[in-house]
Design a protein around this ligand. Structure first.
Ligand SMILES: Nc1ncnc2c1ncn2[C@@H]1O[C@H](COP(=O)(O)OP(=O)(O)OP(=O)(O)O)[C@@H](O)[C@H]1O
Ligand SMILES: O=C(O)C1=C[C@@H](O)[C@@H](O)[C@H](O)C1
Ligand SMILES: [Mg+2]
Length: 172
């Protein structure tokens, strides 16, 4: 697949902690294109952290900001975009991304995600649970069908990510 850094977009989807930023940065470096983090974009626009947005405005309002951020990212940027964990699962965001570029779902085992996230804070939907693994399982069950809309699925635990990058992309 050829990739033009001046016109093409690649959206990385996956659960919180699945490795979107890590993989997205690496891919952007390989393809010599820009890297954009949708959560950072929202924070810059709102002038507040994600936990603050959830606390002060609630999840519904966050999802609206996320939808607006996606539209403006589609207009203003190219390159690799790591989305928010829930972004493909609300409104018509999944279709918007599939129309605007290539979508990649990082399918990382929940146990791996659990081990990565158990001592971390700053994720409003996961911070207030005393059963993190159960919450991850429930969230993934609700989101799975959305994530499966991605054009490319990568089993990130069992796959050599570098090989995947080489397999799918050649720079134009
Ligand atoms: N392929 C990998 N192998 C080992 N560790 C990884 C891998 N990918 C990511 N990690 C580690 O897992 C953690 C989460 O990764 P990362 O921040 O990239 O995920 P994310 O999906 O962007 O998370 P967030 O929901 O915070 O946006 C980090 O500590 C990162 O170093
Ligand atoms: O999984 C989610 O719904 C979220 C993931 C984060 O990337 C942020 O977009 C926010 O905390 C919501
Ligand atoms: Mg990230």
């Amino acid at each position: 697949m050829s990739f033009n850094p001046n016109s093409d977009k690649i959206f990385i989807w996956g659960m919180p902690g699945s490795g979107k930023s890590t993989f997205g940065r690496k891919l952007a470096e390989q393809l010599s294109c820009t890297y954009t983090d949708m959560d950072d974009w929202i924070v810059a626009q709102a002038g507040k952290s994600i936990p603050q947005i959830f606390r002060e405005q609630g999840e519904d309002e966050f999802r609206k900001l996320e939808k607006e951020a996606l539209r403006s990212i589609c207009e203003k940027t190219t390159g690799v975009i790591a989305t928010g964990g829930g972004a493909p699962c609300f409104f018509d965001n999944a279709d918007v991304m599939n129309d605007a570029g290539l979508t990649i779902f990082l399918d990382t085992p929940l146990l791996t995600i659990y081990n990565r996230l158990r001592d971390r804070e700053g994720r409003p939907l996961l911070d207030n649970t005393n059963d993190l693994y159960g919450t991850l399982k429930q969230t993934f069950a609700q989101r799975k069908n959305w994530y499966c809309e991605a054009r490319i699925h990568i089993k990130s635990e069992t796959t050599d990510l570098q090989k995947e990058i080489d397999r799918f992309f050649t720079k134009q």
